[in-house]
Design a protein around this ligand. Structure first.
Ligand SMILES: [Zn+2]
Length: 320
């Protein structure tokens, strides 16, 4: 979509949404503002206006010969293709899943050729569309046991994006665990249990992507940080160290369009996708960025160490 068309849509949609959302505290920031003038769009989608449904639809992007970005703009859905069928990473949620399905069709992929859906973790913004895609594709759905439990717990509960909508979770299918493999076509993936963000985060190692025929190695880290508490902070440190120790990561497939603090060039998925669309022969693919990945992986370790200190201080304060 071109910028002018997008801006026109935004203006109209923002006005309508602002009216609808009056009195809803969680959406006040969005209703008031557009974000800073020069703010990268990935940040607007993910940080400044994450609950603005009207800005979410994104055109699909072919990021590698065998990898498409088919998600809405605040959360990333990745479609990995092989001659023997395809693997979808995450599914976003209602109502955006319909847009994701359209994007998949738009890049010429038959839903029935999706063989596996790998869920990064059990939060609604990643799994809320899984039931629909499971039914339409017949794909096997994979998640860690702990996050299958999370999904069961939110099944049938009110959704957070639609008025009156309720969550519909995928039918429980494949339970994966640390070290499990998935072989499909030329892909030989390894799953890691990387808890912290949720109890059953799945990180996928060894995703092979091709840039004009040249292979590169990608990783999909299924969610960083921790959910509060000392034990959880300690768990997230162990996770961060294990993830940082994974060798040879050249491409970081972010599960959200923006990762603080600097997003671009460090990780604004949508900015990179736009630049990629205008890439000239000989120019690099900006998603191949081992340096930023390594910096981020190290920063996650440092961040987890700080979180442990904070949790310890909190516990000490509570006792005193
Ligand atoms: Zn999450």
């Amino acid at each position: 979509m071109n910028t002018i068309k997008r801006m026109m849509m935004l203006t109209a949609a923002s006005a309508a949404a602002a009216l609808l959302l009056q009195g809803d505290f969680s959406d006040r920031a969005f209703a008031q503002g557009q974000g800073a003038a020069n703010e990268p769009y990935s940040k607007t989608c993910r940080v400044t206006r994450p609950r603005d449904n009207s800005i979410q639809n994104e055109e699909p992007t072919k990021v590698f010969d065998n990898l498409y970005l088919v998600g809405p703009c605040y959360v990333s859905v990745w479609l990995l293709t092989t001659p023997q069928g395809h693997i979808l990473f995450d599914t976003t949620q209602e109502p955006f899943v319909d847009h994701v399905i359209d994007n998949i069709k738009k890049v010429g992929i038959n839903l029935r050729d999706i063989k596996y859906i790998v869920l990064s973790h059990g939060h609604l913004d990643h799994v809320g569309g899984a039931a629909k895609i499971q039914e339409l594709s017949g794909a096997r759905v994979m998640a860690m046991a702990q996050d299958w439990d999370m999904m069961a717990a939110i099944d049938g509960k009110p959704g957070n994006r639609e008025n009156g909508g309720t969550n519909r979770m995928p039918k429980k299918d494949m339970v994966i665990k640390e070290g499990d493999h998935l072989d499909l076509g030329d892909q030989h993936l390894t799953f890691h249990w990387t808890p912290g963000h949720t109890p059953g985060v799945t990180t996928t190692e060894g995703i092979k992507v091709y840039d004009n025929g040249t292979p590169h190695t990608a990783l999909l880290m299924g969610g960083g940080g921790y959910r509060g508490g000392l034990k959880e902070a300690e768990q997230s440190l162990e996770t961060a160290k294990r993830v940082a120790a994974i060798k040879g990561v050249e491409v970081n497939l972010q599960i959200h369009s923006w990762a603080e603090p600097n997003g671009y060039p460090g990780g604004g998925v949508l900015e990179r996708a736009r630049l990629l669309k205008n890439r000239k022969p000989g120019e690099p693919n900006l998603f191949i960025d081992p340096k930023t990945w390594n910096e981020r992986a190290q920063a996650a370790v440092t961040g987890a160490e700080r979180a442990i200190e904070r949790e310890k201080a909190k516990a000490a304060g509570g006792k005193g």
